[in-house]
Design a protein. Structure first.
Length: 264
């Protein structure tokens, strides 16, 4: 189980959290619980979450992978636009390096593909950053199978990050492709807890049967779905963080998984 750091900012992902000390404690608790992969982005509250991760965890443990992203700008609260100009991608990378206080980013995603900039130019900028030693590994976010394969002709794709959960499986072909190609698949928005709890009652039923929460069932289903699956649930609550991490130990029966599968 990994951790998505977006919720370490304020409610609109627009500025610093109301309680910065608590955000720092959440990040530290994640690592204490064994989380070794934390996901963030330059565009989350203008880099606030990267600052908090540095404050909480630097110097970083050797086993910890911090992934961040470039290629997206927040123009209004909860409203983002793709910006893939090569100069902008390089600028975002340099800013993330400073905020995280590292010489090289372990995993750096193209957050969104900018339709106004040739895809090859966006990938070329990332390849230059990798060749310059600024990033170790490159990933793609919110992409199709065709885009993954186009990118692999230019740069190695170490991870793919798409929206995926038990109730929303648009793009399941991408997960299947990643499974065949052995590319880690990072599921963002993996819970959708309020909707899941009401989705035909199945998630709530399985939660009652297993003595868990609907969110834990949703995460356990993801982990059972594929061995390349890596959910990144985010939270600003230590209690929810602990529940999310504990979901990695929840084992669903084949019958329960079949019932959840039918929610799609």
């Amino acid at each position: 189980m990994s951790f998505g750091a977006m919720r370490l900012s304020d409610a609109d992902i627009w500025g610093p959290p109301a309680d910065r000390d608590r955000a720092v404690q959440v990040a530290r608790r994640a690592v204490e619980l064994g989380v070794d992969h934390i996901d963030t982005a330059d565009s989350y509250a203008f880099g606030v979450t990267e600052d908090i991760l540095r404050e909480a965890l630097h110097p970083y443990p050797d086993h910890l992978l911090i992934a961040t992203k470039a290629g997206q700008a927040q123009v209004r609260p909860r409203e983002w636009e793709a910006v893939g100009r090569p100069a902008y991608l390089r600028q975002q990378c340099e800013a993330s390096l400073r905020r995280l206080n590292v010489d090289r980013i372990g995993l750096f995603y193209l957050h969104r593909i900018d339709p106004l900039v040739p895809f090859e130019d966006q990938l070329g900028a990332m390849k230059e950053l990798q060749d310059d030693g600024k990033i170790a590994h490159f990933g793609l976010s919110t992409v199709t199978v065709e885009q993954i394969e186009s990118a692999r002709a230019i740069i190695d794709v170490a991870a793919v990050q798409n929206l995926f959960n038990v109730a929303n499986r648009i793009g399941e072909d991408v997960l299947d492709h990643c499974e065949r190609e052995r590319i880690p698949f990072v599921a963002w928005f993996p819970i959708m807890n309020g909707e899941l709890a009401r989705a035909g009652g199945v998630v709530a039923e399985v939660a009652a049967e297993t003595g868990s929460t609907p969110a834990q069932v949703a995460l356990a289903w993801l982990l059972a779905r594929s061995d390349v699956m890596c959910p990144i649930p985010g939270t600003s609550s230590i209690g929810h963080l602990e529940q999310n991490v504990a979901a990695s130990a929840l084992r669903l029966t084949d019958e329960q998984i079949a019932r959840l599968n039918r929610l799609a």
